[in-house]
Structures are given as structure tokens and as C-alpha cells.
Design a protein around this ligand. Sequence first.
Ligand SMILES: Cc1ncc(COP(=O)(O)O)c(C=O)c1O
Length: 361
Amino acid sequence: MPLVPSYIKKLNSYKPGKPISEVQREFGLDKIIKLASNENPLGPSPKAKLAINKALNDLHRYPDAAGYELRKKLAEKFNIKISNVVLGAGSEGIMSTIIRTFLLNDDELISAADSFIGFKVLANASGRKVHWVPMKNHKYDLLKLVDQINDYTKIIYIANPDNPMGTYITKKEFDSFYKYVPERVLIILDEAYFEYANSSKDYPDSMSYRYDNVITLRSFSKAYGLGGVRIGYGFAHSELISNLIKVKVPFEPSSLAQVAATAALDDFSFLSDTLELNRDGLAFLISNFKKLKVQYILSVTNFITTIWGNKEEAEIITQKLLENGIIVRHLESFGWPNYIRISIGLKDENQKLINSLSKIL
Ligand SMILES: Cc1ncc(COP(=O)(O)O)c(C=O)c1O
């Protein structure tokens, strides 16, 4: 018997973007602009920071395993019961729990090929068969996903909006897809960029689809600026949630993550500043991409993906931006070798990106 299962041996480890410190050292630069990981350029919610400071004296205590305060707050905010809410170390933490909770021996999964890499890693690590359906026009091809449903299908994963495309499936598209999905199949709607996308009129906020087989996942890593503490939440039917809670790592999320997220939910001005900055930054980048004749994919998120002639061109642009102190994400490891994803930054960061890009081009 081999020590390591073959499906684990075959996995490629996740290759994160270059850390700021490494780029500083490599190019002898003081100031680095990181537009590579879809983080909030404003930093963390100030209310969350205050809450973390207050909680520091209790670090010797274990976290509340039930996550009561935050689950209660989320339940009130979204008008559901606490029994419909689960927390995790990031929404990826919950994804991992879902995979461990619901998959039986021969169960299979379906998703889009080359969509969110975090799910790809978790699904492949499960050792189960995964049907990866190519995207169409940079979007999930929902009807092709339906074609893959069989007696073994257990989970369909949809990132809406998608990362790295920034595109979303509409209400109409989701409705016509949903009617073909048997009730025994769980649909994960990953809404990590919900706060940004929700202003699009035909965006299907999954809270209006409280079907028994739909699990909504959301994150505090993006609009609330809390990627570093790892906190996300999920909504679903109480039977699904109660089983997820049995399986999740007992003391996740950490106490600091719980208090930070609870406080961040009340930080309305931070959220609205975040959304406004993002809206303006996205419009600024798009108008300059047009001037520079850079091809891009329309996005409803806090990043925008650009398309280049070929892999070499994308590599050169990424490298030259790096030499100018700007880290962006070449999407080769995601399966898109001629694409570069750029997170929306602060006003002057976006300006510097455009200045560098026009110099390079
Ligand atoms: C589509 C999508 N889902 C989930 C996540 C992960 O979020 P979290 O930090 O809450 O685990 C990301 C982060 O980039 C994402 O793009």
C-alpha cells in the first residue's frame, strides 16, 4: 500500500503570488504595490481592529466553539435562524468542511474548469471524480454543468461571481439551471465577492434562493478587509448546517476572527467607502485599458482580468510590472496562461499601474 494516495501525489501545490518582502529584496525597492490577491486596499475595517485590540487579553482562552455572537448577528442581519448559519476559517474553511461532511464513496462533483483555484485544490484532494466543465465566454456554462449530472453527483460548485474571471451568472441563468438539478444534489454558491456584485440588478443574491439544497458561502476577506484572520460564513438548511458543525474543526474560527467579523458587520461607513473606492477604481482602470487597447473581461468584483496575445506577453508584462514595484497575478497556474488578474487598488496605486503599463507598452 503506498503511503500517499495517488490523487494526493498528483496534486500541484498552490503557488501564491510573490510576497511583498521578496519583491522588495529582489528589486531593491522600498514601496511595493500589491494588486495580486484581491485584498481590500483600504486595509482592515477599523471597527474590527478595535475589537481585536480589546480581545487581546483573552488570548489564553479558547474561542467560543459555537461562534454564538457572530452567528446571531449574521442571522439577524439576513433574517434567518442561527441554526442556518455556520462559520469557518475563511469561506475556504467551510468548503473544506462541506467536502469532508457530505461526500460518500462514489460521490462525484461538478464545477467549471479553471475557476476558483481553492475549490479545485480541495475537490482534487478529496480523491473523488470531479467533472470540470470548460467555461463559455469567461462564464460558467450552466447547462453544460447540468449535462454532467448523473446518479453519483453530490456537489455542484459555482463561484458567483467567479474568480479569476470576475463575471457572474444572472438570476435568469440560475433559475433555468436550478430546475434541472435534482434535490439530492448540493449546490454551493460561493459568493466571496457578494458585496461588490450585489449592486448588479440581475445578480442572483442566493439569500433569495433558500432552497434546501443550496449552500451560500461568503467571506470577510474581501469587502471587510479581514483576509489575514481567516473568517467566512455559510447559510443553508439547518440539517446541513448541523452536520457541518459536527465535522468542522471545533475551535475554528479563532477568537480574534470572531470578534473582528462581528464588529466589521457594523462598520457601515468602511463598507461603503470600500465599495465606492472599488467602483471608481474599476471605472478608472477600464477607461485606461480602452485607451491603451488592453483587452479585459468586464468584472463585478474587486479585480479585473486582462487578456494578452500569448503566454510570453503576459509573462513579460507581469515581470516588468514587478520591476516597477507592482505585483499582479499572472494566471498561468489557474489555467489561463495569457491572462493577468489585477486587483483594484487605491487611487494612486491604480494611477501608478496605468503609468507603468503605458510605459511598458
Ligand atoms: C471565489 C472565491 N471564493 C473563496 C475565496 C476565499 O475566501 P476566504 O478568504 O474567505 O477563504 C476567494 C478568495 O480569493 C475567492 O476568490
